[in-house]
Design a protein around this ligand. Structure first.
Ligand code: FES
Length: 124
């Protein structure tokens, strides 16, 4: 998978990890569930708070926004309950050579608002 190295696998434990994407104006929340790693934009679609500070439901594969309780699918970014109604961008993510690689340019899902769609501009 082509992408950007955002962290080493050692840094990611049982709790979500918010990381900056090098060279991009973007932060992602990394979540490990068993052998799988997920990457979602680290911003709730309902408000400007970090999803990496929320709890993960490992059965439903979702992450909860700590502020108002909306859950988002880690696989699709879909908002699973109110008050959020819009998805959060989700990116292909893999562990390669003990590095966590995220394919920022090919999100699995996006937010309908282009400003929050997850296609972060590359910094010059
Ligand atoms: S800010 Fe996340 S659900 Fe309201």
């Amino acid at each position: 998978m082509s992408g950007v190295i955002v962290a080493s696998a050692d840094e990611l434990g049982d709790l979500p990890l918010g990381v900056e994407v090098p060279g991009r104006d973007l932060e992602v929340a990394l979540v490990r569930v068993g052998d799988e790693v997920f990457a979602v934009r680290d911003e709730c679609s309902h408000g400007h708070v970090r999803l990496s500070e929320g709890d993960v439901d490992t059965d439903d594969l979702s992450i909860e926004c700590y502020l108002h309780g909306s859950m988002f699918s880690l696989r699709t970014g879909e908002a699973l309950n109110l008050p959020a109604t819009q998805p959060v961008p989700v990116y292909p993510c893999a562990i390669e050579d003990d590095q966590i690689v995220v394919d920022i340019d090919n999100p699995i899902s996006t937010h309908p608002d282009p400003a929050r769609a997850g296609h972060a501009n590359q910094e010059d």
